[in-house]
Design a protein around this ligand. Structure first.
Ligand code: AR6
Length: 176
């Protein structure tokens, strides 16, 4: 049986098979959780990012790709690119959904049994957290209910306010 947990934590501290990074299309680091992951993971993460997305290339929004986790306690990092809310328009929900789905699929290909997600797109990329939480929890509950790997799923919010929003979205789904 799988599980979903919503926690308030720094994702760089989690000892899971895969942590997901809310990256950008260039995959060269940035602010927010991306900056925290590169700082904690060290130069090996950036080096592997250069290998999987060479200079001049990009990882399309809604896609995901795995790299080493360097010095992090996780085994690997799955980088995904969330939609910039103001720019994505009507495509924003489908693109955000794709981030969660593709990250799960990449982690499964890598043999991961546990995975932790940050609140993709709701920081610098401006996605309203209420709407984002419903999409995220919809994908994650469907995945776990289908009995697929990675079966141990953590939604790792940064701050109690966000944690409460994601927890509520989970409970709303569970109670129909
Ligand atoms: N652990 C868990 N969550 C965190 C952490 C952490 N250590 N640090 C921040 N968050 P953001 P985005 C939360 O802005 O909106 C970067 O520059 C944060 O509070 O990191 O997808 C990339 O390179 C928020 O809830 O990602 C891109 O250019 C959530 O992570 C751009 O930002 C996501 O906020 C991506 O923007």
């Amino acid at each position: 049986m799988g599980s979903i947990e919503v926690i308030d934590a720094d994702i760089t501290t989690l000892r899971v098979d895969a942590i997901v990074n809310a990256a950008n299309e260039r995959l060269r680091g940035g602010g927010g959780v991306d900056g925290a992951i590169h700082r904690a993971g060290g130069p090996a993460v950036l080096e592997d990012c250069r290998r999987v997305v060479p200079d001049g290339a990009r990882l399309p929004t809604g896609e995901a790709i795995a790299t080493t986790a360097g010095d992090l306690p996780a085994r690997l990092v799955v980088h995904t690119v969330g939609p910039v809310y103001a720019a994505a328009g009507d495509d924003a929900p489908a693109l955000l959904r794709s981030c969660y789905e593709r990250s799960l699929a990449v982690a499964a290909e890598e043999g991961c049994r546990s995975i932790a997600f940050p609140s993709i797109s709701t920081g610098i990329y401006g996605y309203p957290v209420d709407d984002a939480s419903r999409i995220a929890m919809d994908v994650l509950t469907a995945h776990v209910d289908a009995g697929q790997e990675p079966s141990v799923v953590t939604m790792c919010c940064f701050g109690e306010d966000d944690r409460a929003v994601y927890q509520q979205a989970l409970e709303d789904l569970r109670t129909g």
